[in-house]
Each structure stands twice: as structure tokens, then as C-alpha cells.
Design a protein around this ligand. Structure first.
Ligand code: TRP
Length: 336
């Protein structure tokens, strides 16, 4: 297949912290798998990160390199995937402005992910305009590349829905230039945190980072939520809602052994310590090679900056072509 006949992926993350296992199973692993079959663009969404970090620009700045390191360590190949920085692609901001006219305030307020985040952050009526509008900017990220597929975690589904609404409206009013976008949600459901909470998140302090060292992994597994009534080894234990088993189900390749361990745990006579040791070893073997690669790459920050600079230039070539089509469709291509 030539580059031109490949379908296009656009996906990415906000640079607000290092990436964790939830990112890995939720979408990073998919991106690594798909980078040959698709032409893949990966956005480090610093402008989106600023929508709720306007007073913390250093945090956003510092995490651009961290997220890039996590991508490369996880197996994203900058030769096959284009990693770029959102704010350095001004066409995205321009397209956002045009799209803003196609979305009502009521629609923006209905986005369920935004609603949840607003509640979590306690914004109420004092929500920054940029925050409320970030799904519109995300639609611009996706459509500026005329992307066909967006591999993301399941909390991003409403963004894809809103993107398609905007694309349809644009196509209807001006000219049909945008394709339909599909989300690719990982088969793995959202990874729960080490504390058993619904979402793994660095800010909730329940995340295992892709950059964690062996000691940190062991400590986090040791502190994992299991069954509070399983006090003595001989006590019967509960498997459901037990974080250690949830993770073993996901990461332990020996499914038959896990089945046996679950039976023994339910009967009583199997201690948490044994299970946690097993999980620690498995997670160390997954994260270890990534961390080593990451440490190697981190020694040469200039090389990372070069990858981002070149990626951003490649990304701009594509978005400039789309914006040319957009202005043409909107009849605002004043000087041809
Ligand atoms: N909203 C995504 C997140 O929270 C980041 C993002 C910005 C994104 N633009 C995107 C994801 C476009 C997919 C496609 O991490």
C-alpha cells in the first residue's frame, strides 16, 4: 500500500502528566499495532491541556517531553507515526473558529464527558469558555487531518459523536469535504485504579506509570485494594471487585492458572501476598523494557525535540491543505 491509499488515524493526549497503564491498555497499544496499516498522526494537545491549566503553563510545557518519551518507549515509531504539538499547528485554531459557529451553547453543555469533568472540577457557571469549547477544538484536530479512525479510551466517545455532527453540518452547508470518523475503543474496558476507583488517573494517585521503577511497581501492587474481609490466609476471599484479580485477568497470559487461583482464593487458603507477588512480576516484565527504553531516550532531549519539530512540520503540510479546501468551500478564499 502506498502512503496515499492508507486510511488516516488522528489521536493523542493532553500533556498534563506522564502516561500510565490505563493509557497503555486503553489506546497506546492499539496505536502501536495500527501504525503500519494506517497513516497515523498523534497530537500532543497542549492547547487543550491549557483549557483547564491556564495558570500552569509550565506543567503543560514540561509534560510535552514526558508524553513524547512515553509514546516512543511504548513503541510508537516516529518514522511511521507523526507526533506533533497542537499549538504549533495554527490551522487547528483557525478551523476551531469556523466550527464554533456550527455548535450551540446548549449542545456544548450536553457533552457528557465535559459535564462530568465540569462537575469534578467544580466549575459551575464559571467554566472557562475554552474548556466548554474543547470538544469543538478536538473536532478540528481530527477533521483537519480528514481522519477516518480515532483510537481512544471510552470516555472520548462523545467527542467523536460531536465531531461527526460538526462534519455533517459543515458538509451540508458548505461542501462535502470531511469523511465520517469512527472511534476505535480498546477491547479492554477502562482500567480501574489501584484503589479500585473507576478510573486510573495520575491526579487521583491511583496510577501505575509507564515510567515507574521496580520498587514503585511493587509498592503500588502491595497497596492495592483486594477484599477487606480477607484478613487471614485461611479466610475465604472475594474475587469480584478485587483489583489484583482484575489486573491479573488483564495482564497474566496464563488464564488456566488464574482460574485455579480464583478457586483457591474463594475457598480460603490463598493469601494476598502470593497474588501480589505474581502481579508485581508480570507488571515489571511489561513496564521494565519500556522504562529502560525511556531512560535511554531521555538522555538526549534534543533528539526528542527534533522528532517533535519534524513531526509538527509534516502535520502542518496536511492541515494547510485541508484549510485550503475549507476556505474554498466557505467561499472565503479571497485571493484564490
Ligand atoms: N481529549 C484527549 C484527552 O483527553 C486529547 C485529544 C486532543 C485528542 N485532541 C484529540 C484525542 C484528538 C483524540 C483525537 O487525552
Amino acid at each position: 500500500m502506498t502512503a496515499f491509499s492508507k486510511k488516516i488515524i488522528l489521536t493523542g493526549d493532553r500533556p498534563t502528566g506522564k502516561l500510565h497503564l490505563g493509557h497503555y491498555v486503553g489506546s497506546l497499544a492499539n496505536r502501536v499495532k495500527l501504525q503500519d496499516e494506517y497513516q497515523q498522526f498523534i497530537i500532543i494537545a497542549d492547547m487543550q491541556a491549557l483549557t483547564d491549566n491556564a495558570e500552569n503553563p509550565e506543567k503543560v510545557r514540561d509534560n510535552i517531553i514526558e508524553v513524547a518519551l512515553d509514546y516512543l518507549a511504548a513503541g510508537i515509531d516516529p518514522e511511521r507515526s507523526t507526533i506533533f504539538i497542537q499549538s504549533l499547528v495554527p490551522e487547528l485554531a483557525e478551523l476551531t473558529m469556523y466550527f464554533m459557529n456550527l455548535v450551540t451553547l446548549a449542545r456544548a453543555e450536553r457533552n457528557p464527558t465535559v459535564k462530568d469533568e465540569m462537575k469534578q472540577k467544580g466549575f459551575g457557571a464559571d467554566v472557562p469558555m475554552g474548556f466548554l469549547a474543547y470538544p469543538i477544538s478536538q473536532a478540528a484536530d481530527i477533521l483537519a487531518f480528514k481522519a477516518n479512525l480515532v483510537p481512544v479510551g471510552n470516555d472520548q466517545e462523545p467527542m467523536i459523536e460531536q465531531t461527526n455532527e460538526i462534519a455533517e453540518k459543515f458538509n451540508r452547508i458548505y461542501a462535502p469535504i470531511f469523511p465520517e470518523v469512527k472511534s476505535l475503543i480498546s477491547e479492554t474496558p477502562r482500567l480501574i485504579g489501584t484503589d479500585g476507583k473507576a478510573k486510573m488517573s495520575k491526579s487521583l494517585g491511583n496510577a501505575i506509570l509507564l515510567s515507574d521503577n521496580d520498587d514503585a511497581i511493587a509498592k503500588k501492587v502491595t497497596d492495592m485494594y483486594t477484599d477487606p474481609n480477607h484478613i487471614r490466609v485461611s479466610d475465604p476471599g472475594t474475587v469480584k471487585g478485587n483489583v489484583v484479580f482484575t489486573y491479573l485477568d488483564l495482564f497474566d497470559p496464563d488464564k488456566a492458572e488464574i482460574k485455579k487461583l480464583k478457586e483457591r482464593y474463594r475457598e480460603g487458603g490463598l493469601g494476598d501476598v502470593v497474588l501480589k507477588k505474581r502481579l508485581t512480576e508480570i507488571l515489571r516484565s511489561i513496564i521494565g523494557p519500556m522504562r529502560e527504553r525511556r531512560n535511554e531516550l531521555a538522555k538526549d532531549p534534543d533528539a526528542i525535540r527534533k522528532i517533535l519539530k519534524e513531526g509538527t512540520e509534516r502535520a502542518r503540510a496536511t492541515t494547510a491543505a485541508t484549510l485550503h479546501d475549507v476556505r474554498n468551500a466557505m467561499k472565503i478564499d479571497y485571493f484564490g
